[in-house]
Write a protein that binds this ligand. Structure first.
Ligand SMILES: [Zn+2]
Length: 203
């Protein structure tokens, strides 16, 4: 399957932060069918390009490390979305991913100055650091309560809830939300739970 730039965006990636994409790179289609995008080289290339990550030795993908970080991010998101917190081991694993040397660089652009972190070595550990850092920054900027996991148990898409009241329950109201409404209506009428056909992804 070719993951073009358009497919990447249509599938709901590239919107919030690198860590959200990594957590969702193991994707359930709403009916429990699983796709592992990390195993798809074009998806990974699009992901890196979109978030401006350019590891020098990009051919030697540390697949195991990326999967480990994905497991950690997914678990952390599920816990935080359920109102929990991270345990010492999870925090330590995150800090380990962040423990890659960089230096701060001042850049003057058209819209003023910005201070950015640049790597000492632009390798995969820097990419992993950047992904973990996008999570750390979201937590540190009091955005924890906006981290949600889709209430459709066959989907579990991690998303950022932008609503003021933070009441968004589904990754997409028209797909997962609608499915839940139809299911409730059928249950109320005592009708069997027929399969509702899959609908295109989040918008
Ligand atoms: Zn969903």
């Amino acid at each position: 399957m070719k993951a073009s730039r358009n497919n990447f965006h249509a599938a709901g990636f590239g919107k919030v932060a690198p860590w959200v994409d990594l957590a969702n790179s193991e994707e359930w289609n709403g009916f429990g069918k699983l796709t592992d995008h990390l195993a798809n080289a074009p998806w990974l290339a699009t992901f890196l390009k979109h978030w401006n990550l350019h590891p020098l030795a990009s051919k030697d993908v540390p697949h195991r490390k990326l999967v480990q970080l994905r497991v950690l991010l997914r678990r952390a998101a599920e816990k935080l979305a359920a109102g929990g917190s991270l345990n010492a081991r999870e925090l330590s694993s995150l800090n380990q991913a962040l423990n890659v040397p960089g230096r701060q660089k001042l850049v003057q652009g058209q819209n003023g100055f910005r201070a950015e972190m640049v790597p000492l070595h632009n390798d995969w550990s820097w990419v992993i650091r950047r992904i973990a850092a996008s999570f750390a920054e979201m937590l540190a900027s009091r955005e924890v309560e906006r981290i949600k996991v889709c209430a459709n148990s066959g989907c579990r898409w991690v998303f950022h809830d932008p609503t003021k009241a933070r009441t968004k329950r589904w990754c997409n109201d028209r797909t997962c939300g609608n499915r839940a409404r139809v299911r409730r209506a059928r249950a109320a009428q005592n009708k069997p739970d027929e399969e509702i056909p899959p609908v295109p992804r989040r918008t």
